[in-house]
Ligand binder design. Structure first.
Ligand SMILES: [Fe+2]
Length: 457
C-alpha cells in the first residue's frame, strides 16, 4: 500500500521527468538578458547609473557619478545633511563636470561631482539632476574615526550574466552585511568587446542596484575593462574601454601612466590601495605602479592596509602567469606588512599566505557565474579552494581585529579567518574553521558549451 504523501511525490517526480527537469543537460545562456536590437539601457533624460565612491580621505568627502542622455545644460547635484523631515532644509548645489560617451546604445553624457570638506560620520542626502527631473534622494554616510567599527563587502569578478546571476550574490551580500559602508570589486565587472558593452554596463548597474549610490564603491579595473585596438595586426595593443573613466568618480591619485585605474583612500582604520594588473602586465607599468605603491604604503599610518588587484599574484588556474606583477609588487607588500591582497581573474576561489609567513593573505574570488577549474598547483598550495561557486566576502574591522568571511551565493559560510593586532602593532593570524561548509569541486566534466577547461560559462 503506497501512502498518500508518497503517491504525490511519485506523481511530482514523473511530471518533472516528463517536463525534462530531471537529468536535463545544462544549457548555455546568453551573456545578457538584452535581446538583439533592444536599446533597453540607452541613456534618457532621467539620471541613472548613479554611483558614489570614496574621496582620498573618506571621512571628509565622496564623489558621485551619474549618466543622462546629452543635455543642453550642465546638471547639478544637491546636497543636504539628511534628516527625518521631508523638508531637506538648507541644500547646497554643485555643478557637475560632464563627459560624452558613444556606445551601441547611442550617445550619453556622464557627470561627476566631488563633495569635499564634509563632516565625518555624518549622514548626507543628495540627489542628481536630469532634464526637467531629479533622481531620488540618496543617503551616504561619510567615514567615521579609525576607532569605529567598519564593515565592508568585497566581490570577485562579476563579468557575465550580471542581471541574471550576479544580482543574487550582491543582494545576499547586502542582506548578510546591511551595515557595510564600503564595497570593493576585484574587476572584470563586465565582459565587453562583444558589441554589447553598454548593455552589459547597464546590467552591472542594475545588478548592484541601490547599493551603488549609498555605499563607497571602489572597483579595480580588470583585463575585460580593456579592449584590443588594431586586433590581429602588428599594432595590436590594449586600450582602456570608454566606460571606465566616465562611469566612476574615483580619487584620481594613482600611479603615473595608470591614473584612471590606480588610486588609494583611507576609510577609518584601513588604507585601501587599488592597482591595475592589466596595465602592469601588458602595458609595462608594473615598475611604476610598484614604486607608487611603495610610497603610498610607506606614508600609511593606518593599522590595516589592503591592496586590491585583479590578477592574482599566485595564479589559481593552469597556464596563468602573472610573474612580472609578482616580481615587482610582492617585495613592496612584504616591506610594508600589507594584511590582505584581494584579487579575482581566475574564476575560482583560493586563499593562501605569503611564502614567508601568514601575511599578507592572498585571496582570489569570483562573484559571477563564469567558473574555471583549479590547477593542481593551486590545490596543493591554497586552502580552502572552491570551484563552481559564486561567492562574496564580508570584512569586519574593529578594536584591533580584522574578521574575514567568504560566503556562497546562498549565504553559507565557506571560509573565515581573523587577524588580531596588539597595541605595538604586532599581528596574529588565526584560521576560523567552525561552521564552514565542505570543499566544493566542479561536478561536471564540461561546461554547457562543452569546454572541459571550464566548469560553467
Ligand atoms: Fe580577468
Amino acid at each position: 500500500m503506497i501512502s498518500r504523501g508518497k503517491r504525490q511525490w511519485l506523481l511530482l517526480a514523473a511530471m518533472m521527468v516528463a517536463a525534462g527537469a530531471v537529468g536535463a543537460a545544462p544549457v548555455a545562456e546568453p551573456n545578457t538578458q538584452v535581446p538583439a536590437g533592444s536599446r533597453h539601457y540607452a541613456a534618457s533624460s532621467f539620471p541613472d547609473r548613479i554611483v558614489a565612491s570614496p574621496a582620498q580621505d573618506a571621512g571628509s568627502g565622496f564623489a558621485v557619478a551619474w549618466r543622462t542622455a546629452p543635455l543642453p545644460f550642465v546638471p547639478r547635484l544637491e546636497l543636504a545633511i539628511a534628516g527625518d523631515s521631508p523638508d531637506m532644509g538648507q541644500v547646497q548645489q554643485l555643478t557637475a563636470r560632464s563627459r560624452a560617451l558613444q556606445s551601441e546604445n547611442g550617445s550619453s553624457q556622464h557627470h561627476r561631482v566631488d563633495l569635499t570638506g564634509l563632516l565625518p560620520d555624518t549622514l548626507y542626502a543628495y540627489r542628481v539632476q536630469g532634464q526637467d527631473t531629479w533622481s531620488a534622494w540618496h543617503h551616504f554616510r561619510t567615514a567615521a574615526s579609525a576607532d569605529q567599527p567598519l564593515t565592508l563587502l568585497y566581490f570577485g569578478d562579476t563579468q557575465n550574466k550580471n542581471l541574471s546571476h550576479v544580482s543574487r550574490v550582491i543582494r545576499q551580500g547586502w542582506q548578510t552585511a546591511p551595515d557595510a559602508r564600503l564595497a570593493l570589486f576585484a574587476g572584470d565587472l563586465v565582459s565587453g568587446g562583444d558589441g554589447q558593452d553598454d548593455s552589459e554596463w547597464g546590467e552591472w548597474f542594475a545588478a548592484a542596484g541601490a547599493l551603488l549610490p549609498g555605499m563607497a564603491v571602489a572597483p579595480a579595473a580588470g583585463n575585460h575593462e580593456y579592449f584590443e585596438e588594431f586586433e590581429d595586426t602588428p599594432q595590436e595593443r590594449r586600450v582602456l574601454g570608454g566606460h571606465w573613466p566616465v562611469s566612476f568618480a574615483l580619487p584620481g591619485n594613482g600611479a603615473a601612466n595608470a591614473t584612471s585605474t590606480t588610486y588609494w583612500f583611507d576609510y577609518q582604520a584601513v588604507r585601501v590601495v587599488v592597482l591595475d594588473g592589466t596595465s602592469a602586465l601588458d602595458l609595462g607599468t608594473a615598475r611604476t605602479q610598484a614604486k607608487w605603491l611603495d610610497g603610498v604604503l610607506a606614508a600609511s599610518r593606518q593599522p590595516w592596509n589592503i591592496v586590491v588587484v585583479h590578477q592574482p599574484l599566485y595564479p589559481l588556474r593552469a597556464e596563468r602567469d602573472n610573474t612580472v606583477l609578482a616580481e615587482q609588487v610582492q617585495p613592496v607588500l612584504r616591506r610594508h606588512h600589507v594584511d590582505l591582497v584581494l584579487q579575482g581573474h581566475d574564476h575560482t576561489y583560493g586563499r593562501r599566505g605569503d611564502d614567508r609567513g601568514a601575511l599578507p593573505q592572498y585571496i582570489s574570488s569570483v562573484a559571477g557565474p563564469k567558473q574555471y577549474r583549479l590547477s593542481a598547483q593551486a590545490r596543493a598550495t591554497m586552502q580552502p579552494v572552491a570551484e563552481d561557486t559564486q561567492l562574496f566576502q564580508v570584512l569586519r574591522i574593529h578594536q584591533g581585529r580584522l574578521h574575514y568571511e567568504a560566503r556562497t551565493a546562498t549565504g553559507r559560510l565557506y571560509d573565515a579567518f581573523q587577524i588580531s593586532r596588539d597595541d605595538a602593532g604586532k599581528k596574529q593570524f588565526s584560521e576560523l574553521r567552525e561552521g564552514r561548509i565542505g570543499q566544493r569541486d566542479c561536478p561536471r566534466a564540461a561546461s554547457p558549451k562543452g569546454r572541459d577547461d571550464r566548469c560553467w560559462e
